[in-house]
Design a protein around this ligand. Structure first.
Ligand SMILES: [Zn+2]
Length: 307
């Protein structure tokens, strides 16, 4: 492992920025996503992505983190266009999703850990279109061997680059276990971001994970057919009361065409900023909202790049 450079940065698809430049951030989005796990719900149109992203900017966001990983409609050139056309800072992901998203004959399945690590580290260190996070995915209460290899590769890529490791949890399960696993692989908890924890809205459990030093990401606002936004707000309030407001991130995770207005669906990429953030400000206060949407993402997504 090489020595970290001194100044932390957030690595956007258009280059590094100071963490303080990030501004209000949607911590989990999908600007493009094509996966066999969601047939008929894929979206890959750059024009429509720009249309959606403009609404996010208009709703007050200045940054979004795209969690679409390698092989699933991954389009770094498209992300750069979205950033250029909207002025949003866009952080792109390298890494892999959980196993169910890859077909039986996908060549990524037969890549070794070392080869995946080279791929991920190379994507973060890329001169042209750098990635700013390394994504991995876990299954419901277990890790498949494919997923385990991705975790090992992501840990190697983290050691080589410093980039945060961003974890898809299935229904919010195994949060602390995954932080501990990454710890044994050499990734400090402060470089681990766990997504979808609000699918299991158990503040007590997630408080333990926050106490271990990991970032807790909630990204279920607008999924009204599963739970009302009040569930997410109560979870935020409860975690903040327990002293973990400084570990919380919020995302929209509009990972289906049917969730985007440009494709005739809803609630749209801007729901988090247009509807949920103002409600959080009203019910839980502007100070907590500022922490969650501005201060925390600037810390969570920044790292001191290794040479
Ligand atoms: Zn997602």
């Amino acid at each position: 492992m090489s020595a970290p450079a001194s100044e932390p940065v957030v690595r956007t698809v258009r280059g590094d920025i100071a963490p303080g430049e990030l501004g209000p951030c949607d911590a989990h989005e999908h600007v493009f996503l094509v996966t066999p796990a969601q047939p008929g719900d894929e979206f890959s149109d750059v024009g429509k992505a720009i249309e959606e992203a403009r609404t996010v900017r208009a709703a007050g966001a200045s940054a979004l983190v795209d969690w679409t990983p390698v092989g699933l409609g991954w389009d770094l050139v498209g992300l750069r266009r979205v950033s250029e056309e909207t002025g949003l800072h866009v952080v792109a992901a390298t890494g892999l999703h959980r196993e169910v998203h890859y077909t039986a004959d996908d060549p990524l399945r037969s890549e070794t850990v070392d080869s995946l690590a080279d791929r991920f580290a190379g994507d973060v260190a890329g001169e042209e279109l750098p990635c700013g996070i390394v994504k991995v995915g876990a299954s419901y209460h277990h890790l498949t061997s494919f997923e385990r290899r991705a975790f090992e590769a992501a840990a190697q890529a983290h050691a080589r680059t410093g980039a945060p490791v961003c974890v898809h949890t299935e229904h919010g399960t195994m949060g602390l276990e995954l932080v501990e696993l990454l710890g044994t692989l050499g990734v400090p908890s402060g470089s681990v971001i766990l997504a979808h924890l609000d699918r299991n809205p158990d503040a007590g459990e997630h408080a333990e994970t926050a106490a271990a030093g990991a970032w807790l990401q909630l990204d279920g606002p607008g999924r009204t057919k599963y739970w009302p936004d009040s569930v997410v707000l109560e979870l935020v309030a409860s975690l903040a009361e327990r002293g973990h407001g400084a570990r919380l991130l919020l995302g929209g995770d509009t990972g289906r065409a049917s969730m985007q207005r440009a494709y005739g669906g809803g609630p749209g990429l801007d729901y988090l900023f247009r509807r949920f953030k103002p409600r959080l400000e009203r019910e839980l206060g502007r100070e907590l909202a500022e922490e969650i949407f501005v201060a925390n993402p600037a810390r969570a997504f920044s790292f001191s790049p290794h040479r």
